[in-house]
Design a protein around this ligand. Structure first.
Ligand code: NAD
Length: 332
């Protein structure tokens, strides 16, 4: 097998050792770049066989054309979602695109639960309050999760694990997915139309991919269907929620609380230290003023197990491309 020479874009400190271990063991060479890949930075890939990219790299047609022109043969996504890659253009240009379809659905599903429980029991407020010596309980009343109705939008790898976790709370589980899971049905999950899920759920968690069909799935209409007491959790992709509509619903009290790990305009903000910058995104800053909103910076996947698996599967994907054209994680 010929080793691949790979350039890793958007490289973060926390993942480097995992990638080095897996790539060295597989015999591939790798170099790290902290910048995001886009049509302007694509020229950095000169001399490489593959680029290894993440969720906020922008692989539009112009970027892919540049990569192909430089002789790059493969794009390896070190994530599951691929909404940031123009697959039609990659196919036309003969660029192979591989991804990591599942690395730890538990990591993301458990983070969704963490957000749900934090919001529900106001742990984010309690943490700050107690540190200032304020032990008052005012405003910290939560609700039992036990036997509440939980709506799960998208029951693939992550949504299925989330259903299993929530069944441990004896919840009624409603799901919406064009491809229902027989296993979940046997476990008592009820598949319903999206409107019914929105109308009846106390907690709603989004686990479907971002596609043209799911863009702004949670819009003004969807928010009006939801109970004013309901809580919305999004660990999937920011574009599933119309941010301006959700701000409106929170202001009117039509939604009780929101937790997001992803944000539709996150690409220029997340994974960077912005603490010395003036953040120009008024919608995100408005969201962060609400006491009933929690934002985490796309960290749902971030567990040791997930990082190990992402690195291993990405290195294996490149080995697989080198050995043969057929690779089960290949998108095009
Ligand atoms: P998956 O492909 O296993 O499951 C996705 C499910 O969504 C499938 O069952 C599919 O049928 C369903 N679906 C497709 N269109 C739908 C629609 N219109 N309405 C409802 N359901 C629909 O994917 P997964 O591994 O479970 O990941 C889900 C998403 O989570 C990914 O697309 C990715 O965007 C996101 N994700 C986020 C993080 C993070 O760190 N925050 C990490 C990994 C994945």
């Amino acid at each position: 097998m010929m080793p691949m020479k790979a350039l890793v874009f958007s490289a973060r400190k926390d993942e480097k050792s995992y990638l080095i271990n897996a790539f060295v063991a597989a015999g591939h060479e790798l170099v790290f770049e902290e910048v995001h890949l886009n049509q302007k930075t694509a020229e950095l890939a000169v001399g490489y066989d593959a680029v290894v990219v993440f969720v906020n790299d922008q692989l539009n047609e112009a970027c892919l054309e540049k990569l192909a022109e430089l002789g790059v043969k493969a794009v390896a996504l070190r994530c599951a979602g691929y909404n940031n890659v123009n697959l039609d253009a990659a196919k036309r240009l003969g660029l192979a695109v591989v991804r990591v379809p599942a690395y730890s659905p538990y990591a993301v599903a458990e983070h969704a639960l963490t957000l749900l429980m934090t919001l529900n029991r106001h742990v984010h407020k309690a943490y700050n309050r107690v540190r200032e010596g304020n032990f008052l309980l005012n405003g910290l009343v939560g609700r039992d999760i036990h036997r509440k109705t939980v709506g799960v939008v998208g029951t693939g790898n992550i949504g299925s694990v989330f259903c299993q976790i929530m069944s441990g709370f004896d919840c009624r589980l409603l799901a919406f997915d064009p491809n229902p899971s027989q296993t979940l049905i046997e476990q008592g999950v009820e598949y319903v139309e999206l409107d019914q899920l929105l109308q009846q759920s106390d907690f709603i968690s989004l686990h479907c991919p971002l596609t043209p069909q799911t863009h702004h799935l949670i819009d003004e209409h969807a928010l009006q269907l939801m109970k004013p007491t309901s809580m919305l959790i999004n660990t999937s992709r920011g574009g599933l929620i119309d941010t301006k509509a959700v701000i409106g619903a929170l202001k009117k009290g039509d939604l009780s609380a929101l937790a997001i790990d992803v944000y539709e305009e996150e690409s220029d903000l997340f994974f960077e230290d912005q603490s010395n910058q003036v953040i120009g995104d008024d919608d995100l800053m408005r969201l962060m003023t609400f006491p009933n909103v929690i934002v985490t910076g796309h960290q749902a996947f971030l567990t040791e197990e997930a990082l190990t698996n992402i690195a291993q599967i990405t290195a294996d994907n490149l080995s697989c491309l080198e050995q043969s054209a057929s690779c089960e994680n290949r998108l095009v």
